[in-house]
Design a protein around this ligand. Structure first.
Ligand code: G6P
Length: 611
């Protein structure tokens, strides 16, 4: 994963780079490093977060108009000072930052060792820069050409940036598999893994495509393919406000993003849904509606929280569109030999639009002739660029590593997609459709009401913060919510938690229940309500401690549960959008009370660009 930043221009590079790295920390935070060129090529790097490096450096002394920086999520080699990027070539003339994995680094390393190279770190990236240097020194070519030749030989994924002691007016970057954006200012250039480090300086950007090299030399940008074909840069304007990537008074990004949900769901529905006139249009899939409604099957691929959104979508598509749906972990799908045909439609769900396994699953399904749709949040990211069609979730930047507002926006888009198809296919009655559109439009207000429960949830969190295990149980539409609630808790508080379909509890997890086991039921009023009430009784009978998310006005569950959290009621298909909110808050408060780093939980990264 890792985040990378680069700068070349008239300003001081260090403040731009270090601030940019802080914005990219969601991509990894094992170690940080910066290389600056000012006559000498100086590298400052350290295990730990960006702020830790920043504290050790005196900003005033770091004068340079060109530099590169990196925040790491370790793949090769443990996170320590030596394995931190940037890496220098053996001559000390080249510095490189790298996001990705070079799969054939071992054989390249063996060749370089034979040639007398030695390595200080355990990283594939140090091998990579020495490989470039070897080509550069042994052939009469420019550095950019040496980079191009090297890229033709490496196997794997990369977003790289390189600077050279010999030329303070040269910054080279390239990508394959890992994202890279070039920002274009007046006589200045920025590089970053996404646009967030760039937007306060310029909103003109070029998203590099796979196997493209950007050469910034003498204040000019040239883009070429690794086959050496010069390309015309496609300059785009980024539409992102600075406030969207700042905490805005909240203690953590995660809390801000949880509280943003009435707005983010509203933004997602805006311009697409007008319940009064029965209007529902997702422009991005408009031309593919026939294809989807006549699909043999819908395959949904995703990872993590996005996979949970896919499970909710499965229920919705099957119920309203009567199309068979399969939901797959992208990482499993890509490595088996799945049966995929030309009449299949694959929906890839991804907040970042960069998840390596999801990208590979798309490639596989595309090669078998399936139609590919994307449901992504980050505009211009790799997945939307690979799909035939799709819809953005428009939730705004999500920075907390644990996904919250992206999940509800994904479900909102997928619901609209399903209802649009159902209407065209005639598998939903007019009155039900009308009712669902009205209900969907009311979801943002209901989510806002669910957020009013925050003080009650904080109180409950205090009582359960020391538990070592949690069980989350739900049925029907609320089963994926149980999975998501458990994932949220695991991710940020490091408490072991399992989500289960409530009825499956009898086949295993019931053995875990005793007076110390908190069991969170998602038991809102729906078609399986009576059944889940029985499951609550089963847990009660074994002295489990029941916390139940129920519909407003519920009295039945209140008789059995130790705590009930009452959320506004909606049609059952829309309840995940509401019932997940208290679970997000519960995990948030428990993690804060346990002293965990909520926005940057250990070992995780927001954008998983390695398989
Ligand atoms: C990581 C993140 C999760 C996210 C998953 C899928 O594991 O920590 O929050 O759900 O990746 O990411 P995507 O960007 O494809 O939705």
């Amino acid at each position: 994963m890792c985040g990378i930043v680069g700068y070349l221009g008239k300003r001081e590079a260090y403040p731009i780079i270090i601030k940019g790295l802080q914005r990219l920390e969601y991509r990894g935070y094992d170690s940080t490093g910066v290389a600056l060129l000012n006559g000498e090529l100086s590298v400052y790097k350290k295990k730990g977060k960006v702020s830790e490096l920043r504290e050790t450096l005196a900003e005033d002394s770091l004068t340079s108009n060109i530099g590169i920086g990196h925040t790491r999520w370790a793949t090769h080699g443990e996170p320590n000072d030596i394995n931190a990027h940037p890496h220098l070539s053996q001559s000390g003339k080249l510095a490189m930052i790298h996001n990705g994995i070079i799969e054939n680094y071992d054989s390249i390393k063996t060749d370089l060792l034979k040639k007398g190279y030695s390595f200080t770190s355990e990283t594939d990236s140090e091998v990579f820069i020495n490989f470039i240097e070897d080509i550069y020194l042994n052939n009469d070519v420019e550095l950019s050409e040496a980079v191009r030749l090297a890229l033709n030989k490496v196997v794997g994924a990369y977003a790289i940036a390189i600077i050279s002691k010999d030329d303070p007016e040269l910054l080279i970057a390239a990508r394959k598999g890992s994202p890279l954006v070039v920002g274009l200012g007046k006589d200045e250039f920025f590089l970053a893994s996404d646009a967030t480090p760039i937007i306060e300086y310029t909103n003109e950007v070029v998203y590099l495509e796979d196997q493209e090299i950007a050469i910034i030399k003498n204040r000019n940008l040239t883009i070429k393919s690794i086959e050496d074909v010069e390309l015309t840069p496609y300059v785009q304007t980024v539409d992102m406000e600075l406030e969207a990537i700042e905490k805005g008074g909240y203690e953590h990004f995660m809390l801000k993003e949880i509280f943003e949900q009435p707005k983010s769901i509203g933004d997602c529905l805006r311009g697409r849904l007008r319940a009064n006139d029965g209007q529902l249009v997702l422009g991005g899939i408009h031309d593919y509606v026939n294809k989807i409604m006549n699909a043999d099957r819908i395959l949904i691929v995703a990872c993590g929280t996005s996979w949970h959104a896919g499970l909710v979508a499965e229920y919705i598509f099957e119920e309203f569109c009567r199309i068979p749906v399969e939901v797959e972990y992208a990482s499993e799908f890509r490595y088996r030999n799945p049966v995929v045909g030309e009449k299949d439609v694959l929906i890839a769900i991804s907040q970042s639009g960069e998840t390596a396994d999801t990208l590979a699953a798309i490639d596989l399904a595309k090669s078998k002739g399936a139609t590919i749709l994307g449901v992504c949040n980050v505009v211009g990211s790799s997945i939307p660029r690979m799909t035939h069609a799709g819809s953005y979730t428009h939730a705004g930047p999500e920075i907390g590593v644990a996904s919250t507002k992206a999940f509800t926006a994904q479900i909102s888009v997928l619901t609209m997609m399903a209802l649009m198809i159902a209407e065209r296919k005639g598998t939903i009655s007019e009155s039900l459709l009308r009712n669902l559109l009205v209900e969907l439009e009311a979801v943002p207000q209901k989510v806002a009401k669910a957020l009013d429960l925050n003080p009650q949830i904080e109180y409950i969190s205090e009582l359960f913060k020391d538990a070592s295990n949690f069980l989350y149980l739900g049925r029907g539409y609320n089963f994926p919510v149980a999975l998501e609630g458990a994932l949220k808790l695991k991710e940020i508080s490091y408490i072991h938690a399992e989500g289960y379909p409530a009825a499956e509890m009898k086949h295993g997890p019931i053995a875990l229940i005793d007076e110390n086991m908190p069991v969170v039921f998602i038991a809102t009023r729906d078609s399986s309500y009576e059944k889940i009430v029985s499951n609550i009784q089963e847990v009660k009978a074994r002295k489990g401690r029941v916390i139940a998310i129920v519909s407003e006005g519920d009295t039945e569950v209140a008789k059995m549960a130790e705590f009930t959290i009452e959320v506004p009621q909606a049609h059952e298909a829309l309840m995940p959008l509401i019932s997940v909110v208290p679970l997000q808050l519960l995990s948030y408060h428990i993690a804060v009370m346990r002293g965990c780093n909520v926005d940057q939980p250990r070992n995780l990264a927001k954008s998983v660009t390695v398989e």
